[in-house]
Design a binder for this molecule. Structure first.
Ligand SMILES: *[C@@H]1O[C@H](CO)[C@@H](O)[C@H](O)[C@H]1NC(C)=O
Ligand SMILES: [Zn+2]
Length: 385
């Protein structure tokens, strides 16, 4: 009896200490290329992985779309992306960083089943942006680790297929989001813009050691977080040479109805990568932008048609770039590799609603691939129990 009473406070002390430990990470030390070696460690650097020459390096192109996936935007994805192949005959990739609200999980399943990558962009995507700058580990665990479970469940796709995140507004939260990646067993973050490492561009690297990357939206991570990858967002330059992290966020883009000018614009930014160290080139955008401006849409399609015929250019899922960096092989070998295997996942469509939510009076409808939840899934209740 006495022993039990003694144990209770001891246990409490232990729990508090464990919570504390999560925040007390070792400070990252400058990276030592001798100690930090592939496949699991890479110093932040513009050096081409594996010491390859540029002409032996595959030029990866990453097309990504952020935010909810629903009937408003699926047509753009179907018409511009489905059925594309790279010059070696393998299916082309693209990555969707999906936020929860207004997402139709039947359509997420469709994207996945067509071979595209599904990443996370938070459950709430809430404003203001400062919320994300200040978010701590436990908040971000609910926004991302729980979203992974939500996404996998309602879209009926494997948990392991979801490996990357992009923070809302590209707002980093110091070490916290990277700790969440590590503890959830995920691979990479794709939220961190660079304007200092554009030409040559910064290749993906791990956070075992201190990063050399410029911090555009602080706070950036400074702790050593082993094995977690950063996929830097190498900025474009607009017509006045201003950097832009996303194609739809340039200050001085070409006229939005001018397909030819946009094709030139995309190509010029691409060539900065292709004719230098071939760091992955990103076309990072929101669907509304390409839907609203047909000139941009046509230029994008024309650009993709062009690169899909260039033998050393590969439009891929973002996670494939990390896999290549872990095990860099020359382009001649890479081209002959077996293609990424599509593993379509079944969806038994179910349209659920009206569902009440804890965050607003509004009722929601939700397309999913299994049985309806009791409420609209949200933070603290990702399965809508
Ligand atoms: C990240 O962790 C390092 C090492 O523990 C610490 O010095 C730094 O303040 C942390 N950054 C933030 C924003 O919490
Ligand atoms: Zn967003």
């Amino acid at each position: 009896m006495k022993l039990t009473w003694l144990l209770v406070p001891l246990l409490l002390v232990n729990i508090v200490a464990a919570e504390d430990d999560e925040n007390e990470l070792p400070l990252a030390e400058p990276c030592d290329v001798e100690a930090c070696k592939l496949p699991n460690c890479r110093c932040s650097s513009t050096a081409i992985p594996g010491g390859l020459r540029p002409r032996d390096t595959p030029q990866f192109v990453l097309v990504t779309f952020d935010d909810g996936v629903n009937i408003l935007n699926i047509e753009t994805y179907r018409s511009s992306l489905y059925g594309r192949t790279n010059a070696n005959g393998c299916p082309a990739g693209a990555t969707f960083y999906v936020s929860h609200e207004y997402t139709n999980y039947q359509l997420v399943n469709e994207l996945y089943s067509n071979g595209f990558e599904i990443g996370l962009h938070s459950i709430t995507h809430r404003t203001p942006q400062t919320f994300w700058a200040q978010a701590d580990y436990s908040t971000l665990k609910k926004e991302f680790a729980d979203q992974r479970v939500l996404m996998s469940h309602f879209a009926n796709i494997p948990l392991d297929a979801i490996q990357g995140i992009r923070m809302p507004f590209l707002q980093l939260a110091g070490n916290a989001s990277f700790q969440v990646l590590q503890s959830a067993g995920m691979t990479y973050d794709a939220s961190w813009p660079t304007i200092s490492f554009i030409n040559p561009g910064l290749w993906p690297y791990t956070l075992d050691h201190a990063s050399i990357q410029d911090c555009q939206l602080p706070p950036c991570p400074t702790a050593s977080i082993e094995g977690v990858w950063v996929l830097p967002m190498i900025s474009w330059r607009d017509l006045q040479n201003n950097p832009c992290a996303m194609a739809d966020a340039c200050f001085a883009p070409p006229p939005l109805d001018d397909e030819d000018a946009w094709f030139e614009f995309i190509s010029t930014n691409f060539e900065r990568h292709y004719f230098n160290n071939r760091a992955p080139f990103g076309f990072y955008v929101h669907e509304w932008y390409v839907r609203t401006f047909p000139g941009v849409y046509k230029a994008l399609v024309r650009f993709l048609d062009t690169i899909n015929n260039v033998p050393d250019v590969f439009m891929v899922n973002s996670a494939e770039v990390i896999n290549w960096v872990k095990n860099p092989i020359p382009v001649n070998e890479y081209r002959e590799q077996p293609c990424r295997q599509n593993q379509p996942s079944p969806c038994i469509p179910n349209n659920c609603g009206p569902l009440s939510s804890t965050h607003t009076e509004q009722q929601f409808w939700m397309g999913i691939c299994n049985t309806c939840p009791n409420r609209y899934p949200w933070i603290e209740n990702p399965l809508g129990l």
